[in-house]
Every structure is written in structure tokens, then in C-alpha cells.
Ligand binder design. Structure first.
Ligand code: ADP
Ligand code: MG
Length: 326
């Protein structure tokens, strides 16, 4: 054991970002200035927002949306990293994950445009779909410049929270923090070990609004050793119309929110950016195809689905292997 370990204690910090909250538990020493650490964390997350939030009029992503057709937009390194991952997952998932769905996200009322949340006219869906498609993104300068061909709108909401958790974790590591559990809007990146030498443990998210069913679901606890976990779910961002539930994950193949979307899809990966993107991609694929895909691609994934009015869980072996046995 390192000589300083005994003097370390767990500190908890928290704040707000990306329309949600963040929290960090970290191994701190008496000499650590927690106010400075807090400010440092917030600065990392503010950087993600300043670049990738469609809610900020002057963010880089908004600048890209507003750019004239034919112009090349310079991307800051963090933005380029996230877009790299987004395109990697888009290609690997055969477009289930698509960072260009901005027009559809807005049309269905889940974006920053302020459109009401209701089922749009079919012509509107067809029109918005014309303005989408990850294969239309053209980059140059090693991915640091992006062409606006006209009408393209990026949406990185399905990946930015995970990236934020990674960025904060890297920042803390670089600042000499030996261990931390970083959470941004439910997406988590953990490194190091707790003061007692044991790995971080987190409860896997299920469905907060289905309490009755929840009791029948066993609580699942993940052990995280330099690993990340992200969950996509329909808990908050959804609406109902004519007896159908429309959640905020859109199927790029139809332009319509995923039908019978899983209640929760959780992915464990080495970084939260990939975990976050894959959780969304698997949500689009659905439980059956998604689990098969995860098994074939060595993804650690768990689905919670509604079946005959009850909740049921299904997971890959890689996911089960990371659970703390009850
Ligand atoms: P959460 O973790 O809050 O459940 P997700 O990570 O699944 O959210 O991201 C959902 C958001 O991603 C949507 O609100 C929308 O902005 C965007 N989005 C929706 N469908 C897709 C898709 N197929 N690919 C990429 N991004 C999407
Ligand atoms: Mg996601």
C-alpha cells in the first residue's frame, strides 16, 4: 500500500451540466483543495457544452448548423474526438446510431428547436429524413474540419454525457487524483480503487417509474475497474399519443422513435463515450437483434424490456461477468 493511502478519504462533489446533474466521488487528501477541483471539473464540462450543445446559440455544433452550404468548419479537438467515435459507432452499427439526426430530433420535439412533442405529419418526417445521414459527413485535415453541405444538423446528445465523464476522469487523473467515480447524467467513468482498496461498485439503472415491477427485478451491482457504464432509457424524455409511447431514441431507418423501446439498455466499456453511443445504438436495434449484435461484437450489454406488462431483463455473458454476485 502506498504511504499516502491511509490519509486519503472519499469526497463527493456535484453540479449541473447538459440539462442534468454531475457528481464525482474521489479519493482526496487533506492537502487537496476541493473548491479548485470542483471548478476544474465544471470547466471540463463547460467545454463540452460550449462545443457540442445544440441549446447554446454560439456553440460549435450550432455554428455548424448555421454555416453556409459549402463551408468547412474547424472543429476543436474534443469535438473531433466525439465525432470520430460517433462515426465509428454509426458505421459499426450500420447506421443505428447516427449523429446527423438533428432535424428528426427537433421535429419530434426532443431537440432545442422548441417544437411541441407530438407525432408530426408524414410529409414532415420524409422531409427531415432527407436532411439526415451520417454518410453525408465529409471531413478533412485529419478530421479537424467538417463540411456543411447545406442543411445538415448534428446531434451529439447520445454521446456527449459519456464523453464528459471521460474528460473529467482524464482531468482528475492528470491532476494526480488516484481514484474517482465520475457520473454525468447517469453515465459513469470509474478509475482506481476506493480507500479500502476495493473496486468501485454501482447499481445498474432500471426503470424508476415502474416501482411495482421493479420489486420483481433483482438489483444488479456492477464492479468497475477502470471502466465505464452508460444507460439509455425512456424514463424522462418521452410522450404518449393515441395510446403509444414515443421515447427520444429515433430509428434512423424510419425517422420514427423506436417502437416498444427497451426500458433501459446498459453498456459497460472502457470509456463512457463508447458505452453511451452503444447504449443508444442497441436501443435502436431492439432487444433481440441488439443482444445478438452485442454477443457477436463482444459488447457487455443488458436490456430491460416490457413483456406482457412486466419487466424482463436479458444480458450478455460479458455483462454478467462484471456483476457482483449476490
Ligand atoms: P439517455 O441516456 O438520456 O437515455 P441517449 O444517450 O440514448 O439518452 O441519447 C438520446 C438522445 O440522442 C436523443 O435525445 C437525441 O438527441 C439523440 N438521438 C436520438 N436517436 C438517436 C440515434 N439513433 N443515434 C444517435 N443519436 C440519437
Ligand atoms: Mg447514449
Amino acid at each position: 500500500m502506498q504511504p499516502t493511502a491511509a490519509a486519503a478519504d472519499l469526497a463527493t462533489l456535484g453540479g449541473q451540466t447538459m440539462g442534468t446533474t454531475w457528481s464525482v466521488r474521489l479519493l482526496a487528501h487533506a492537502r487537496d483543495d476541493l473548491h479548485a477541483i470542483h471548478a476544474g471539473i465544471q470547466a471540463q464540462l463547460d467545454r463540452v457544452v460550449a462545443q457540442m450543445s445544440t441549446w447554446e446559440a454560439h456553440s460549435d455544433i450550432s455554428r455548424y448548423r448555421d454555416a453556409a452550404a459549402g463551408s468547412w468548419i474547424a472543429l476543436p479537438p474534443e469535438f473531433a474526438t466525439v465525432l470520430d467515435c460517433a462515426l465509428e459507432v454509426a458505421a459499426a452499427s450500420d447506421g443505428a446510431f447516427d449523429p446527423t439526426l438533428g432535424p428528426l430530433v427537433d421535429l419530434w420535439g426532443f431537440g432545442s428547436a422548441g417544437t411541441p412533442r407530438r407525432v408530426p405529419a408524414e410529409a414532415g418526417i420524409a422531409q427531415a429524413r432527407e436532411c439526415c445521414g451520417w454518410q453525408r459527413l465529409q471531413r478533412r485535415a485529419n478530421g479537424r474540419e467538417l463540411l456543411q453541405p447545406g442543411g445538415l444538423r448534428l446531434d451529439l446528445s447520445a454521446i456527449a454525457k459519456g464523453y464528459g465523464a471521460d474528460l473529467v476522469a482524464a482531468h482528475l487523473r492528470a491532476g494526480g487524483i488516484g481514484a474517482a467515480l465520475v457520473e454525468v447524467g447517469g453515465e459513469i467513468h470509474a478509475f482506481g480503487r476506493k480507500p479500502d482498496g476495493t473496486p468501485w461498485r454501482v447499481l445498474v439503472e432500471s426503470a424508476a417509474d415502474e416501482q411495482a415491477d421493479l420489486e420483481a427485478m433483482p438489483p444488479r451491482v456492477l464492479q468497475l475497474e477502470d471502466a465505464a457504464v452508460a444507460t439509455s432509457g425512456d424514463r424522462w424524455h418521452r410522450f404518449e399519443q393515441d395510446g403509444r409511447r414515443y421515447a427520444h431514441t429515433i430509428d434512423p431507418r424510419t425517422g420514427i422513435p423506436v417502437a416498444d423501446a427497451a426500458v433501459a439498455v446498459t453498456v459497460v466499456a472502457t470509456d463512457a463515450m463508447h458505452a453511451d453511443a452503444w447504449a443508444t445504438a442497441l436501443t435502436v436495434m431492439g432487444a433481440q437483434a441488439g443482444l445478438e449484435f452485442a454477443r457477436n461484437h463482444d459488447l457487455a450489454a443488458r436490456f430491460v424490456i416490457r413483456e406482457a406488462g412486466r419487466l424482463r431483463e436479458a444480458m450478455t455473458d460479458a455483462f454478467a461477468a462484471r456483476l457482483v454476485q449476490a
